[in-house]
Design a protein around this ligand. Sequence first.
Ligand code: ADP
Length: 471
Amino acid sequence: MTKLLRFIRTHVAVKLGLLLLSVFLLVMVALGNILYSLFLSFYLSHTTEELLQRAHSHAAVLSDHFDPLTIDHVVRMEQGSLFMVVILDEKGEILGRSDTITPLHRSYLKEAALRNQKEEYALEEDWRSKPFLVSRSSILGDGKAIGTVVLFSPTAPIREAIGLLRGMLLGIGGITVLIVTGILFILSRMVVRPLIEMKKVTGDIAQGRYQSRILVTGEDEVAQLADSINHMSEEIKFYQKQRNEFLADIGHELRTPLTYLKGYSEIVLQTSLSNEEQKEYIGIIHEQSKRLQRLVQDLFDLARLEQGDFSFKKERLSLEEVVTNVLTFVESSMDEKGIVLDYQPPNTNPFVEADPQRLEQLFINILENARRYTPQNGFIEVRYEGDVDHITVQIRDSGPGIPKDELPFIMERLYRVEKSRSKETGGTGLGLAICKKIVEVHKGEIRVESVEGQGTTFSVRFPLAKREGMY
Ligand code: ADP
């Protein structure tokens, strides 16, 4: 029993089928019952009525002419019909009959002769168990009963008709069950099969088999769901691949400085070195640990930004103030390289809603990159552009530029144009990925344009803070 219940609970097609079947059967039983009672009441009342009327009309004719000729005439009238007529005199003696009288007929005849006080009534109405319906009618002469007409109608045809009706209803019921079973089969093919396939494929995805696909046919909700699962599988596969690549890259990034640290510290520890050499090697160790620290910090920042798990204050800030602050911070290192900074202030002070620290981090990353990749005696230009509700900061440098086919990827985590290029400059390949995230959380946009051999321009666009300080 519990197994059966479990089977029903776990199969949509069975649930649907049972529901359909119950509804169909309910409608069928109700309709059948209505049809059955209508037919019965109509058929029975019709037969009884006819029986009474016929007996009555025979009695009326005989009341007018109660003689052997009329009796014979009435008897002849019923000889070809389904009914059987018996005419009795006032004592109950048989004067005429249209068919053979059996003992069964006799009991009614006795009763009819006895109960002649009422003019006409049905003697027998039980069609189910009795062989006839019987009616009687008095023949009147001078206001007194002078005889009786008894009319018999066989009940077998009624039972046959009712049996036929029952058979028909049962037949329709059977056909309904067959149709519902057919619908169930089609339903299970249409709905349940794809569902089973989806269950299998999602199971495969959960176990890392992303190549598993659902065959999508049609455009209905089930097909749309299958399509979404296929799409989801593609996405997971893509992210999984990205994650694996990222982990491999991170491993590589961490291994390099660690190898330096281990190697040089061993040299310093084991060999007797001159002060000069010691200083040099410790300098390398210091550089590499700084690089390691920066990498770990960048990774940490990026992870927090991607999870959305970081403190993000929204303040009304002067964008120019943030940019000039950062510039004072990087300006001296630009001077060291002989880089000329061309700063063009905005016409009016643009205000944005932003987190001051994150915004600073964004401009440090971009300006540091510009400084790093711009050669000696190059230039960096900072300018603003704005419209009614946005402000854009453009940072252009005269560095080596970025090849066109690599431009779309430079903001991806750990992507570097030339591995050696940023190694020399101490980059981690995470800076621009962090910038992109920061801009995204501020509902801004970051774009990069570059011409190889001429330079690169980063444009960062933010929505202006409402009211004061429109650009
Ligand atoms: P990194 O810390 O290595 O500089 P980023 O994410 O900041 O990493 O930058 C990704 C890559 O984009 C860099 O490795 C570099 O090749 C390229 N890049 C970024 N800024 C510039 C620039 N101003 N000029 C030329 N190349 C740049």
